[in-house]
Ligand binder design. Structure first.
Ligand SMILES: CC(C)(COP(=O)(O)OP(=O)(O)OC[C@H]1O[C@@H](n2cnc3c(N)ncnc32)[C@H](O)[C@@H]1OP(=O)(O)O)[C@@H](O)C(=O)NCCC(=O)NCCS
Length: 308
């Protein structure tokens, strides 16, 4: 497992995922792991398959261009076909290491991310891996919608003067405690039910693991939770904070409640001394929401899929 984890770290330097989570995913006993080794017996390429998802395909840089990746992918596709599936996805399935294939190229031709100042790609990121999959029949499965991660250095964060505890335009922004879970659930069920499970985890409310829940409460009644945001400190790396699972109840949307939660949550990450802020696995349109706080797209993902 250590060898496979080291191979992953060498080949996916840009992917932000908790180490514990990565080890759990790589170690799932239901995975099929295809390996390539060099003459000394060291692991230099691997493909990790789970059901009909390729969680990871990589070949160490110095061994690329010799057909190792093509051979691993052929074997993976044959295995998936033999298991009775009609298609294969790269990246996200039951869970994910990266949501898709990291690439420097967006698919939305009408979006001008760079022109709007919300793109600052990781140095060295190319379209090479996506091109590898395109040549082998894979297509982006999200239509004309991009998937991407965003981040930015917190030294560049500019506060609008509001912080945790403040009331802005009739909405109070504060950290939640376990007593708020019932109201939080009403909000997330209304906004996006798939996110509710993340908010039911009580460790987010007792300060035990660096994760906290920022809520937006209607100051008129003091109870209605109209927005939620998960704010994490150093769960995915030293000096790195993140925000995610943003929700706003339908009847409160369009009032910049999400924009304010992200800005206040990000300000908190700076206040506690973190150096970078990050958010993963988001999509076209939300670059605008997160862009208000300064987040910039650092990598795109080709959500690669192929009919077998
Ligand atoms: C995304 C969500 C939190 C936005 O809430 P909101 O209160 O409407 O957002 P805000 O009013 O603060 O502003 C959002 C900004 O992003 C823009 N935006 C672009 N695409 C958007 C989209 N698909 N959804 C919402 N806002 C979008 C808005 O136009 C607005 O910018 P503007 O004022 O310059 O026009 C809300 O739609 C929601 O709960 N969705 C379901 C959960 C989800 O998908 N969360 C995001 C993934 S983490």
């Amino acid at each position: 497992m250590t060898e496979l984890f080291e191979l992953y770290k060498r080949n996916f330097p840009f992917v932000v995922r908790e180490e514990r989570k990565v080890l759990d995913i790589l170690g799932d006993p239901d995975n099929r792991i295809l390996e390539k080794r060099n003459a000394d017996g060291a692991l230099n390429g691997a493909c990790v398959v789970h059901k009909n998802t390729v969680y990871m395909l990589c070949v160490d840089r110095e061994y690329r261009g010799c057909g190792i990746g093509s051979d691993l992918l052929r074997q993976a596709e044959a295995f998936i076909r033999d298991a009775g599936y009609e298609d294969v996805s790269v990246g996200a399935g039951d869970t994910y290491l990266a949501p898709g294939v990291p690439t420097s190229c967006p698919v939305c031709t009408e979006e001008d991310y760079a022109g709007r100042g919300v793109e600052q790609l990781y140095g060295g990121l190319t379209d090479g891996a996506a091109e590898f999959f395109r040549k082998r029949g894979y297509v982006h499965s999200w239509g004309n919608c991009d998937c991407f991660d965003m981040r930015f250095p917190l030294t560049e964060f500019v506060s609008d003067g509001h912080s945790v505890g403040d009331t802005v335009d009739g909405i109070t922004y504060r950290f939640a405690s376990a007593e708020d879970i019932t109201e939080i659930k009403k909000c997330t069920d209304d906004a996006h039910e798939n996110f509710t499970k993340y908010y039911l985890d009580t460790s987010k409310y007792d300060g035990s693991n660096g994760e906290r829940v920022l809520i937006a409460v209607d100051a008129a009644d003091g109870t209605t939770v109209c927005g939620t945001l998960i704010v994490c400190a150093e769960t995915e790396g030293k000096g790195l904070g993140s925000v995610g699972c943003t929700t706003v109840r339908h009847d409160y949307r369009g009032r910049h409640i999400a924009v304010n939660m992200v800005r206040i949550g990000t300000g908190y990450l700076k206040e506690i001394g973190l150096t970078d802020a990050y958010l993963g696995y988001t999509y076209t349109g939300l670059d605008r929401l997160y862009g208000y706080s300064g987040y910039k797209i650092c990598t795109y993902y080709m959500m690669a899929k192929k009919q077998l």
